[in-house]
Ligand binder design. Structure first.
Ligand SMILES: NC(=O)c1ccc[n+]([C@@H]2O[C@H](COP(=O)([O-])OP(=O)(O)OC[C@H]3O[C@@H](n4cnc5c(N)ncnc54)[C@H](OP(=O)(O)O)[C@@H]3O)[C@@H](O)[C@H]2O)c1
Length: 234
């Protein structure tokens, strides 16, 4: 399953997963629901991470397939919009923008864990991956700024780690992980494109992330990894 399936990363991940023979079914969910022609007949559904009832309904649809959930990727995220850009200074902190960042980047993903972790395959390798961001790393924060995005992704990382501890008590082969895709050309990143910045296409970043996911082992549960599989500081 891919949530955020109309985003740059989400659509690239969905397309590459659909091309793989090992998945019996690949489903995408996006805020507005995908037109069947864009995603293939098996991959249509609406899910807004700010609506718990839509998450619960998507989980009901997924469980009705009676297929074990092997790979769940959350590729939703919010950095700018609704009249706000990321803060350059504490002077720009706005409660509405911060609340929106936490709603999409932290609380919504926590609700995805609540409704979809119980569907994860009980036997064999199964992975629940959340798209986080390196700027959510507290240890790596040298530039400052981006208060709301940084804090909401740091909180997401804590939620991933906490869920990983609980998951390991229930099913030893399952893995819950936070991922950094690198800097990727997308609507989210486009206002910050700079000369000399190493920017990937979503397709290249998705291929690298799927390689990282393929290589994961149970010992990686609870980790925070970048697109090359390297551990990032919390
Ligand atoms: N691009 C980068 O350089 C970069 C770097 C580090 C981390 N990331 C992370 O990677 C992930 C994917 O980002 P991207 O670059 O692919 O950006 P993107 O193309 O803007 O995709 C973000 C997706 O999130 C969805 N979304 C936003 N609010 C939502 C909500 N309430 N419910 C459901 N979906 C919602 C958007 O849906 P709509 O299509 O309906 O608007 C969009 O499809 C994000 O978590 C981002 O923080 C990206």
């Amino acid at each position: 399953m891919v949530v955020g399936a109309e985003g740059a990363m989400g659509s690239a991940l969905l397309a590459q997963m659909q091309a793989r023979p090992e998945f019996a079914m690949v489903r995408g969910f996006s805020r507005n629901g995908l037109p069947a022609s864009a995603a293939g007949a098996s991959a249509v559904g609406a899910l807004d991470v700010c609506s718990e009832s839509s998450i619960a309904e998507a989980a009901r649809v997924a469980s009705a397939t009676h297929l074990p959930l092997r790979l769940f990727i959350n590729a939703t995220g919010f950095l700018h919009g609704e009249g706000h850009m990321p803060e350059k200074s504490w002077r720009q902190i706005d409660p509405g923008h911060m609340a929106r960042s936490f709603a999409v980047n932290t609380i919504g993903p926590a609700l995805l864990l609540k409704h979809f972790l119980p569907l994860l395959a009980r036997e064999g390798k199964a992975v629940f991956a959340m798209m986080s961001a390196k700027v959510g790393s507290i240890g790596d924060n040298r530039l400052g700024g981006w208060y709301s995005y940084r804090a909401s992704k740091a909180a997401l990382n804590q939620i991933v780690r906490t869920a990983a501890v609980e998951l390991a008590r229930r099913q030893r082969e399952s893995i819950c992980i936070a991922l950094h895709p690198g800097t990727v050309n997308s609507r989210l990143s486009s206002p910050f494109r700079k000369e000399g910045l190493d920017v990937s296409t979503p397709e290249a970043a998705a291929a690298r992330l799927l390689t990282v996911l393929d290589r994961l082992q149970a010992a990686d549960n609870g980790g925070f990894l970048d697109h090359s599989g390297k551990s990032l500081p919390w």
